[in-house]
Design a protein around this ligand. Structure first.
Ligand SMILES: NC(=O)c1ccc[n+]([C@@H]2O[C@H](COP(=O)([O-])OP(=O)(O)OC[C@H]3O[C@@H](n4cnc5c(N)ncnc54)[C@H](OP(=O)(O)O)[C@@H]3O)[C@@H](O)[C@H]2O)c1
Length: 300
């Protein structure tokens, strides 16, 4: 199938592109900045430099590609950045998604939107797909408004909500686990929250789940994340355990002690039963995900 992926230079987009190429799709990867990938020699791969908030660029790209599927993973994804630059966050996360939906409708593309556990308020945790949303950050608000637009799309759509994604960076910036590993190896002190519950997601698992949605033409909302609840501090400790670094300077702190611009949901995490049943989604354990993220990195 002809698939347009936005945000292909990002952590999620890079793994989505890799998975879809492995499954034999014709992938049109796109990002605002030039291609960072090493896929340029792959026969199924094309890169398009695209700012999806620019309607003229989008018109030209859709007309050239006529995608059967759009996987929209591009976003302003850092909650603090969104809190600080609200107009830009709205333009990218909400208005950009609306613009993509308009173009996708011209080609009746299957539209798959990447969303987040940050649309919930963090009071209850382990949310199911139909639980009421109540974002407590501007990032969460922009993603929820985009979700609402996707739900009005006249053709097939899916919304994929995910949580705290990690994985060996294919290109681009470190993920949380590789960043912690660097701090541990450099004996740097680092404070990590121990009172936020998450179900961290191994990026290749998420990419496989999205590929299953495409293959099964599964529509509606899906939660795709890890199966274990843990705090960022526990993730950091798992990293230290894997590296065998016993004497380290990781320090558990409460969210209130680490002032941040955007509020984070405390009890988060998503229930993945629907994806397990309908998509045969089978994520790795955190321990195995951390192992695969770090194996082959310096010093391991
Ligand atoms: N990572 C997580 O823990 C997590 C958790 C929950 C949900 N999500 C969702 O998953 C999706 C992907 O997240 P991620 O972690 O992969 O984010 P990321 O690493 O920050 O990547 C986002 C990508 O979006 C691209 N982008 C931003 N604005 C753009 C624009 N106007 N036009 C074209 N491309 C643009 C950026 O491209 P350039 O680099 O080229 O500027 C960047 O590569 C997002 O929708 C996010 O909300 C992520």
């Amino acid at each position: 199938m002809k698939i347009l992926v936005t945000g292909s230079n990002g952590l999620v987009g890079s793994y989505v592109v890799k998975q879809l190429l492995e499954e034999g799709h014709q992938v049109f990867a796109s990002s605002r900045t030039p291609d960072l990938s090493a896929f340029s020699e792959h026969p199924g791969y094309r890169f398009v430099q695209l700012d999806f908030t620019d309607p003229y660029m989008l018109d030209a790209v859709f007309e050239a590609i006529k995608p059967e599927v759009v996987v929209h993973s591009g976003a302003m994804s850092k909650p603090d950045d969104c809190e600080q630059n609200q107009s830009e966050a709205y333009t990218i996360n909400t208005a950009g998604t609306l613009q993509l939906l308009l173009n996708a409708a011209d080609y009746k593309s299957f539209f798959i939107f990447l969303s987040t556990d940050f649309i919930f308020n963090g009071k209850q945790g382990m949310h199911r797909e139909d639980d009421p949303a109540d974002p407590i950050s501007y990032y969460g608000c922009t993603k929820l408004e985009a979700e609402e637009a996707v739900k009005t799309y006249a053709y097939e759509w899916a919304i994929v909500r995910t949580v705290f994604v990690y994985g060996k960076p294919l290109y681009g910036r470190d993920c949380f686990i590789t960043m912690i590993a660097k701090k541990l190896r450099n004996h740097e002190a680092y404070a990590v929250t121990d009172d936020q519950e998450r179900t961290p997601t191994y990026a290749p698992d998420l990419a496989k789940g999205i590929a299953a949605i495409i293959e099964k033409k599964a529509t509606g909302v899906f939660h795709l994340c890890g199966k274990e609840i843990c705090s960022p501090f526990q993730m950091a400790m798992e990293t230290a355990d894997f590296l065998g670094i016993r004497s380290h300077q990781l320090k558990p702190v409460h969210t209130a002690d680490l002032p941040a611009l955007a509020q984070r949901p405390l009890k988060s995490g998503l229930d993945i039963s629907k994806a397990q049943q309908q998509l045969d989604y089978a994520p790795l354990s955190l321990r195995e995900g951390v192992r695969r993220t770090l194996e082959g990195t310096a010093g391991v």
